[in-house]
Design a protein around this ligand. Structure first.
Ligand SMILES: NC(=O)c1ccc[n+]([C@@H]2O[C@H](COP(=O)([O-])OP(=O)(O)OC[C@H]3O[C@@H](n4cnc5c(N)ncnc54)[C@H](O)[C@@H]3O)[C@@H](O)[C@H]2O)c1
Length: 252
């Protein structure tokens, strides 16, 4: 990996909220420089203003090939190179539906962000990293990348797709010294999850907590720590891996 004094330069998609925001904060604390690439610029810009010169906010929709190329180009123009990428932007299903009731429009909406978005991001990032001699890419999958839950077929399929894409990209780019790994969070306390549980009775939250042998939902910082490890040279022999960060959810 290209690195000067241990300081790295990277992009975090969906870095304006939740897990992405926690990654931006953690990576900035560690002295790295980060481009936040998010659909919604307002919170990304607030975060960049708060964290200072080491963070740049760029408006990007990961479903757009042009935007993915532009987020990489802006990173290189502004900070000089691209050492790592955290492909975190994602969306959940609006309703709990059986496969036959999801409908093609909702299926395509979820696939566009969660799978096409990671494909387009990895494509743009790997091309750049290949030119500069290597790098590390971390794709945020989910426990739903290796197991399923009822009523979330499109989300489950998209996150399984991310794990497959990660392994394929790891093989494609190993000769170029680009490591590609996936992280599989269990349920995490973020706006995506809080919104989902807000209207539910307390027993539903307890049931969700109980799916994790550790007995609780994760904090976004706990995912960010795993991401920080994966992008760092400490993980230099890890590629093509799926790392569960799920309180034992998938160990059962
Ligand atoms: N929260 C959980 O319980 C949980 C569990 C496992 C995996 N994940 C995954 O973690 C990732 C982050 O989830 P979160 O809970 O932090 O969500 P969140 O809703 O808090 O944040 C998602 C961020 O992605 C951005 N985004 C959405 N669509 C985008 C697009 N097309 N282009 C660019 N940015 C876009 C949003 O603006 C937002 O800033 C997602 O991939 C999600 O599937 C979340």
């Amino acid at each position: 990996m290209v690195s000067l004094d241990g300081q790295l330069i990277g992009v975090v998609t969906g870095g304006a909220s939740g897990i992405g925001e926690a990654c931006v904060r953690r990576l900035a604390e560690l002295g790295h420089s980060i481009v936040i690439a998010d659909y919604t610029l307002e919170h990304a810009q607030q975060l960049a203003d708060e964290l200072g010169d080491c963070v740049l906010a760029v408006q990007a929709d990961v479903t757009s090939e042009q935007d993915c190329l532009r987020m990489v180009q802006r990173t290189v123009e502004h900070f000089g190179r691209l050492d790592f990428a955290v492909n975190n932007a994602g969306t959940g299903n609006r309703d709990s539906s059986l496969i036959g009731d999801i409908g093609l429009e909702e299926w395509r909406r979820i696939m566009a962000v969660n799978l096409d978005g990671v494909f387009l991001s990895v494509s743009a990032e790997a091309k750049q990293m290949k030119k500069s001699g290597g790098g590390s890419i971390v794709n945020i999958s989910s426990v739903m990348g290796v197991v399923a839950t009822r009523g979330a077929g499109a989300y489950v399929a998209s996150k399984h797709g991310v794990v497959g894409l990660t392994k394929a990209a790891a093989l494609d780019y190993a000769p170029a010294k680009i490591r590609v790994n996936a992280i599989g969070p269990g349920y995490v306390e973020t706006p995506m999850l809080v919104g989902r549980l807000a209207d539910q009775p307390a027993e539903v939250r307890h049931e969700v907590e109980g799916r994790h042998p550790i007995g609780r939902i994760a904090k976004s910082d706990e995912i960010a720590d795993a991401v920080a490890y994966m992008v760092s040279p400490a993980a230099s022999f890890i590629t093509g891996a799926y790392l569960p960060v799920d309180g034992g959810y998938t160990a059962k």
